[in-house]
Ligand binder design. Structure first.
Ligand code: AHM
Ligand code: MG
Length: 343
């Protein structure tokens, strides 16, 4: 019989690291962990697989974003963003790990039906971000964040549990449905990315410890809004796309789905901006469902996330669907845009 020590390092798995294994390893490093967090995360990952599968078939099954409520067979169909929302709610509510949820698609707090346990966590999500991209087969995503509950254990959660600042996030992540599907998450220490293998039906660790570069070469903003911005933002855009002796012109990339634009920003560096404009005094993006979770990930990857004045993570939300301006990405690039914005 072979000496087992001659086989090689035990920690090198021949199958790679699945998301489930990554979560279990994390749980074992925390002796006080109850498995609740891991359980909740497994439900989120299941929902992501179901949504991803439906997204990849959307054109075939007649559930594109803006179509009506009947498909070509005349059957009632849910729009993809409604489908994504109800998939997350029904997957998570029965698990017993959360006491209340908040969704960009739902006006009020989502209560957990009384037949299920009221858990110790709070889940907020944007079920299908960038849904304008569905009909043209471009990238879209799901964004989520998890807080601990503030109200007493065992009772239904309330608005108070949902209105928590980003600095108190326990974990946040996103799923991007693109040329491949990826789930990226952080518990605050580092950011790890997992790519979905549809043949196996699992997310595998593919991008461990993502770090946003100190400076990038890409700016990402809806430049069609140029004439409704403040002078400061206009001057920054004029400057960033003009080559000078000390810098090349930056390239513009704007997918129109925050998940996809920030995924690129995390991997390649640069800056993503959604500033206030004439129509939206506080920008367009929602603090709880989009800005806060993404700010948590960007900071955990070594980047900066500001509302123009302060860290997004320190904003105390006052209402569920509150909006905030967003300036996120590589530290040096965010510093540049803030210098112009605040001049
Ligand atoms: P949605 O959640 O309703 O899809 O809208 C949010 C999206 C973001 O993903 C994206 O960054 C932004 O809206 C694009 O807005 P605009 O079309 O104004 O540039
Ligand atoms: Mg959105």
């Amino acid at each position: 019989m072979k000496n087992p020590t001659s086989i090689g390092p035990a920690q090198v798995s021949p199958i790679g690291t699945t998301l489930e294994r990554h979560l279990l390893d994390r749980q074992r490093r925390m002796p006080e962990a109850t498995g609740d967090f891991t359980g909740l995360f497994q439900q989120i990952s299941l929902a992501a697989k179901i949504i991803g599968s439906r997204v990849s078939k959307a054109g075939l099954s007649g559930i594109l974003g803006r179509t009506g409520t009947t498909n070509v067979q005349g059957e009632q169909v849910q729009k993809l963003d409604d489908f994504a929302n109800s998939t997350i709610v029904s997957t998570v509510e029965a698990g017993g790990h959360v006491c209340v949820m908040g969704s960009e698609e739902v006006e009020e707090p989502i209560q957990i039906p009384s037949q299920y346990p009221q858990g110790k966590y709070v889940l907020q999500f944007d079920p299908l971000d960038g849904s304008g991209n569905i009909d043209i087969n471009a990238s879209i995503g799901t964004i989520f964040s998890i807080h601990r509950r503030l109200t007493p254990d065992g009772e239904p959660g309330t608005l108070k549990d949902l209105l928590q600042p980003g600095i108190d996030i326990v974990a946040a992540g996103y799923v991007v449905y693109g040329s491949s599907n990826m789930l990226v998450y952080s518990t605050g220490d580092q950011v790890d990315g997992f790519t979905y293998d549809p043949g196996v039906g699992e997310f595998f660790l593919s991008h461990p410890n993502i770090k946003v570069p100190q400076r990038g070469g890409i700016y990402s903003i809806n430049e069609g809004n140029y004439h409704s911005w403040d002078k400061g933002i206009q001057s920054w855009v004029d400057w960033i796309k003009t080559p000078t002796q000390s810098k090349k012109a930056y390239r513009l990339r704007y997918i129109g789905a925050m998940v996809a634009d920030l995924h690129r920003t995390l991997l390649r560096g640069g800056v993503f901006v959604y500033p206030p404009d004439d129509k939206n005094a506080n920008g367009k993006l929602r603090l709880l469902y989009e800005a806060s979770p993404m700010a948590f990930l960007v900071e955990a990857a070594g980047g900066v996330a500001s509302d123009g004045k302060n860290r997004i993570l320190t904003i105390q939300p006052k209402e569920l669907h509150q909006r905030t301006p967003v300036f996120m990405g590589s530290p040096d690039d965010v510093a540049d845009v803030l210098r112009f914005a605040n001049a």
